[in-house]
Design a protein around this ligand. Structure first.
Ligand code: S3P
Length: 437
């Protein structure tokens, strides 16, 4: 595995953040571009592909399934599509690494194939719930075995005849919705997926761009099996979730003014902006334009003092990956911040409510955990030691927290930052943050 060699960081208060930064490509879009490119007819060119462990694992899986994927340069992939029925089974297990998106979407796609597959993942992924995809796929006719508790490895039995169903997902999850839609490509009849709250719609948009007839509105999507995907060029926007660490760092560190260039601004991803603005943040959007069918904009972030808020529950799905860094903003805000309606955080790469609460308490912040959120009293951060539990977003969030701390913060178990944000340390240092590997 091509993991970052370092296992811990020492981070401490640095300079005000300044200049221009550009963060890597979007993880969700990169996964989907490889998947749809693989089962399309023709050659899909991907630019801005995220060179992260998660998305590279997905590309490796498709190579194992017989798809030729060239990597002419960093951030570029040429996927030679094999068509909807051209994948070849593999006797060896398919390793999704740390990627929940990879495993859940692949489950939908591979449950419909004529061959058997086994999906495995790393220690963290092996603890994440898969029943949420296995159960509704079984209702379509898929045959999937899992470990007790619905955990990976997943064994998918090929040759199942799938039937379209109409489902409302039990949780608001783009991964579950996407798995069902991908299975629906192969199903007889219509697949209709409704969600309790709208989630990111990249699968729907990309299916449409690859020429598959699909109807979708926020919170609902419907398609029929039996069409074909036609290769396109995909321009991957910069990942808002990676930009989030810089947005919060520049907001918190006095004297900062930072431009984050061409960030993906899909409205199902930018809930953090709404929350931070309610807290008093100064974030301007400039150069708004379309890139590969997605809105992008430069974000110009100036330091601003923050105050605590009750995070509006309707923002939660649109900022589901941003709670670790929101917790850091809350810890540095004046007053109390209340998060609720975010129980999903407990089943991410780590239990993000518990991991953040423990880490912040260790740095002197009062945090009360609740089953579906937390109450955070803003205060002064002192130095200390953080266990990130191998969770990339926890590690990067505490690197930001350290910029405001009175003494050094040691952050352990940081190798998984390479799953979503290769080059984070170099970029953070270039912007002004103080970190030693
Ligand atoms: C993702 C969906 C979200 C998100 C994850 C990426 C996707 O997960 O947390 O980082 O690409 O569909 P859930 O669907 O579990 O909410």
């Amino acid at each position: 595995m091509n993991r970052e060699a370092v296992q811990h960081w020492i981070a401490s208060a640095g300079q005000p953040l300044s200049g221009n930064v550009r963060v890597p490509g979007d993880k969700s879009v990169s996964h989907r571009a490889v998947m749809l490119g693989a089962i399309a007819e023709g050659t899909t060119r991907i630019r801005g592909f995220l060179e992260g462990e998660d998305t590279r694992a997905t590309a490796r899986v498709f190579a194992q399934l017989g798809v030729c994927i060239e990597a002419p340069s960093a951030g570029e992939r040429i996927v030679h599509g094999v068509g909807l029925h051209g994948l070849r089974g593999s006797d060896a297990p398919l390793d999704c690494g740390n990627a929940g998106t990879g495993m859940r979407l692949l489950t939908g796609l591979l449950a419909a194939q004529s061959f058997d597959s086994t999906l495995i993942g790393d220690e963290s992924l092996s603890r994440r719930p898969m029943r949420r995809v296995a159960e509704p796929l079984a209702a379509m006719g898929a045959r999937i075995d899992s470990e007790p508790g619905g955990l990976p490895p997943l064994r998918l039995h090929g040759g199942a005849k799938l039937l379209g169903v109409e489902t409302t997902t039990a949780v608001a999850s783009a991964q579950v919705k996407s798995a069902l839609l991908l299975a629906g490509l192969y199903a007889d009849g219509e697949t209709v997926v409704r969600e309790p709250h709208p989630t990111r719609d990249y699968t729907e948009r990309m299916l449409a761009a690859f020429g598959w007839p699909i109807e979708f509105t926020p919170g609902a999507a419907r398609l029929r099996g039996g069409h074909r995907l036609t290769a396109i060029d995909v321009d991957v926007p910069a990942d808002f979730s990676s930009a989030a660490f810089f947005i919060v760092a520049a907001t918190l560190v006095p004297g900062s003014e930072l431009r984050i260039e061409a960030v993906g601004m899909n409205s199902r991803r930018t809930g953090l902006l709404g929350a931070l603005r309610l807290m008093g943040a100064d974030i301007r959007e400039e150069n708004r334009q379309e890139q590969g069918g997605e809105p992008v904009a430069d974000l110009v972030v100036r330091h601003a003092p923050l105050h605590g808020i009750e995070v509006p529950v309707e923002l939660v799905p649109d900022m589901i990956d941003e709670f670790p860094i929101l917790f850091v903003a809350a810890a540095c805000a004046n007053g109390r911040t209340v998060v609720r309606g975010a129980a999903e955080l407990r089943v991410k790469e780590s239990d993000r409510i518990a991991t953040m609460a423990t880490g912040l308490r260790g740095l002197g912040i009062e945090v009360e955990e609740t089953p579906d959120g937390a109450v955070i009293e803003g205060g002064r951060l002192r130095g200390g030691s953080i266990e990130s539990h191998g969770d990339h977003r926890i590690a990067m969030s505490f690197a930001v927290a350290a910029q405001l701390a009175e003494a050094e913060v040691r952050i352990d178990d940081v190798a998984n930052v390479a799953t979503s944000f290769p080059g984070f340390v170099a970029l953070a240092k270039a912007a002004g943050m103080a970190m030693v590997q």
